[in-house]
Design a protein around this ligand. Structure first.
Ligand SMILES: NC(=O)c1ccc[n+]([C@@H]2O[C@H](COP(=O)([O-])OP(=O)(O)OC[C@H]3O[C@@H](n4cnc5c(N)ncnc54)[C@H](O)[C@@H]3O)[C@@H](O)[C@H]2O)c1
Length: 364
């Protein structure tokens, strides 16, 4: 059993800050709205989305086990952070009894592709099995709206590029499969008990908040833009480029980098769509603009005014030459389109965070 106090532990900013004038205003403003549960909301994309939702006056409760999340990533007064597992039924039951959740936004997952190959059970347990408990508790409490962080990794090696949602989903690693299975589960729950879900298939999330207060702090960091910036600051000795002989204009791989603020906007619109009675859907979230590894390095040198130390190696197994979103469906359904399509915007904001007072790290 979970004790009463566990749910409102030290992270319960809401309770602690009720006496604060500003926070009181927030609570009054949102008192007529149902709350939104954001799992993994102390992580990178989740924390940016939580800030947006809070700024829209929505009541947000974050559930994060803090394995990769950071309490410091929750910056808004009035947002409650509960430390716990998505698979903890007793905790979830208590939370759903305390709040009238109108929707769940589910970011919580593990996302290291390489690790998923060496330890697949860890990924199937955390990304596929644990959410079953969350869905059961949602069903039992009549909460029927779910926004899911899916991924372009569910497509595997695409049949055609740009990748539209009609491309077959044939993931090539356990990470992608663990996500695709949850997409299927959501569809089945839709048929069985009326769950309405949005499967948002992100491409490469990047950038950080415009005020530099929050950003990407993964340990280890595997994403290209922060790694190139870490090579600039000396946190790593150099950045590795895997393959320079791909059939692309400069020989390096092309990817679709989507700004984290654009991702946050899409989540808010997906919530509006589903909570307004819209049907379940799946869509890509990308810019539709392809950017090569070489172009990222060039953008970093332009933004920072510093030379990037680079080493060149052979291709990595399983890296397709080009992964690029066809983002039209998101526009048709949500009216959403990425606003920050120039990769220098992603690099500029990521640099704000990494060159800021915390050096791109939350306090530990
Ligand atoms: N970053 C990307 O480029 C990208 C691309 C496609 C999809 N995604 C998906 O988006 C989501 C967020 O990615 P991110 O980069 O912000 O990752 P992240 O690791 O920064 O955030 C995930 C958060 O979930 C928490 N978490 C993990 N398992 C949990 C569990 N069982 N219970 C409670 N909390 C748990 C972690 O502590 C972390 O705070 C993930 O589902 C990821 O698969 C990310």
């Amino acid at each position: 059993m979970v004790s009463e106090t566990r749910v409102s532990e030290i992270y319960s900013c809401a309770a602690l800050r009720l006496t604060d004038g500003g926070a009181f205003r927030v609570f009054r403003a949102v008192s007529n709205q149902s709350a939104i549960l954001v799992t993994g909301g102390a992580g990178y994309i989740g924390s940016h989305t939580v800030r947006l939702l809070a700024s829209q006056g929505r009541k947000v409760v974050v559930l994060d086990n803090l394995v990769f999340g950071h309490p410091g990533a929750i910056v808004d007064e009035g947002v409650e952070l509960v430390e716990g597992e998505v698979g903890d039924k007793a905790l979830l039951t208590q939370l759903f009894a305390r709040h009238q959740f109108g929707a769940v936004v589910h970011f919580a997952a593990f996302a290291f592709v390489g690790e998923s190959v060496t330890d697949p059970l860890k990924y199937y347990r955390n990304n596929t099995a644990e959410p079953l408990t969350l869905l059961e508790v949602m069903r039992d409490h009549g909460c029927k709206t779910f926004v899911f962080s899916s991924t372009c990794a569910t497509y595997g090696v695409p049949e055609s590029v740009p990748i539209s949602e009609s491309n077959p989903q044939n993931p090539i690693n356990p990470y992608g499969r663990s996500k695709l299975m949850l997409e299927w589960i959501l569809r089945d729950c839709g048929h069985a008990w009326g769950l309405r879900s949005a499967c948002l298939r992100y491409f490469n999330a990047s950038g950080s908040s415009e005020d530099g207060k929050i950003g990407e702090d993964h340990q280890p960091e595997t994403h290209l833009i922060p790694r190139v910036l870490m090579a600039v600051t000396g946190e790593i000795s150099c950045v590795e480029v895997f393959g320079t002989d791909y059939p692309t204009p400069d020989g390096t791989c092309i990817r679709d980098y989507i700004h984290v603020a654009d991702l946050a906007d899409a989540h808010a619109l997906a919530l509006d769509h589903l909570m307004g009675g819209g049907d379940s859907f799946a869509c890509n979230l990308g810019t539709g603009v392809g950017v090569s590894v070489r172009q990222i390095i060039d953008a970093v040198e332009e933004v920072t005014g510093r030379k990037v130390p680079v080493t060149y190696g052979p291709r990595r197994e399983g890296d397709p030459p080009e992964l690029l979103a066809d983002p039209r469906r998101a526009k048709e359904i949500l009216g959403w389109e990425a606003q920050r399509k120039d990769v220098r915007e992603m690099v500029r904001t990521a640099w704000l965070w990494i060159s800021g007072p915390g050096g791109g790290r939350f306090p530990r």
